[in-house]
Ligand binder design. Structure first.
Ligand SMILES: Cc1ncc(COP(=O)(O)O)c(C=O)c1O
Length: 282
């Protein structure tokens, strides 16, 4: 296996050399959060937005940690991505317990772990599966507790799909590892409003900012999954997928209309916004 730059408690190493305690609260309770920062030709996309979300998640979890250490360690990891595409994964757990206990105390040191993974960002339109959102009630926290996502995404994989589109009582939430947008039958772009039921995606924000400067009408709110039957375009947004059209959503009548001009405009607006963000990135 190629060497992957990794860091644990401030010490740089190879990913396969890092050892963690089985009493890490990340391991016993998923008492941990994470962030993924995409890099293109070695440049981060919207670094500050990712840092703001990470800081917010740390606050929501009441984890006590020196945030400047984390930012420095992410930058150190990113050095290994010079001129390359890839991402930095960074995870912070509440720390290692002396004995496993649901109760936590302030005398443990937060656990910082991350690595930089070179990768190629290639994605082509995929099929998704509609399903009930079985996750917990604070999906706005980028927690490593992803069991709900793992279970439904693997059910989708068994049906030949690459993602899920989840709903609670018929109202769209998001996908397993992405946010969801669609054009409704009146040509309005719709997506779930921010709430505790979805992750505030950075790519979602990039697209919404780009659309707000255009003539495309956008509504963030409660989206009925019934709308999908009449939609010409449903798509995902995420740091690793960018803006990715869905070909079909199993469980609905939706089929991607390749000739929809409004969707083509939206894709172009997104591409231009990405280019501008990368130009502005150091
Ligand atoms: C559940 C979920 N929603 C949305 C997203 C998209 O977020 P971002 O655009 O910041 O990558 C992700 C990304 O991993 C995710 O896991």
């Amino acid at each position: 296996m190629a060497k992957i730059a990794a860091i644990y408690q401030g010490e740089l190493s190879d990913l396969n050399k890092i050892r963690i305690s089985p009493l890490s609260r990340a391991y016993t309770f998923s008492d941990s959060i994470y962030e993924v920062i995409p890099y293109f030709s070695g440049k981060p996309l919207c670094f500050q937005k990712h840092m703001d979300r990470l800081f917010n998640c740390i606050s929501l979890m009441s984890i006590s940690v020196d945030f400047s250490l984390i930012v420095g360690e992410i930058k150190k990891l990113a050095d290994s991505l010079k001129n390359k595409d890839g991402y930095v994964y960074f995870q912070i757990s509440r720390g290692n317990d002396l004995e496993r206990s649901h109760f936590y105390y302030d005398d443990i040191e937060a656990e910082r772990f991350g690595y930089a993974m070179p990768c190629k960002y290639q994605s082509s339109p995929m099929d998704a599966m509609l399903c009930e959102d079985i996750r917990w009630g604070k999906c706005n926290i980028k927690s490593t507790s992803l069991l709900g996502n793992v279970l439904v995404m693997n059910e989708a994989k068994d049906k030949g799909c690459g993602e899920v589109v989840m709903h609670r009582n018929g109202i769209l939430t998001e996908a397993g590892a992405s946010n969801v947008f669609y054009l409704n039958r009146d040509g309005i772009v719709r997506t779930s409003a921010l709430s505790e039921n979805i992750l505030p995606g950075i790519t979602r924000e990039i697209l919404l900012e780009a659309l707000s400067e255009s003539s495309v009408e956008v509504q963030e709110g409660k989206c009925s999954i019934k709308d999908f039957d009449e939609s010409p375009s449903i798509w995902l947004t995420s740091s690793t997928k960018g803006l990715l059209p869905l070909k079909s959503v199993l469980g609905t009548k939706y089929m991607l209309d390749q000739s929809n001009n409004k969707f083509k405009d939206i894709q172009n607006l997104f591409e231009s916004a990405m280019k501008l963000h990368l130009l502005a990135s150091e």
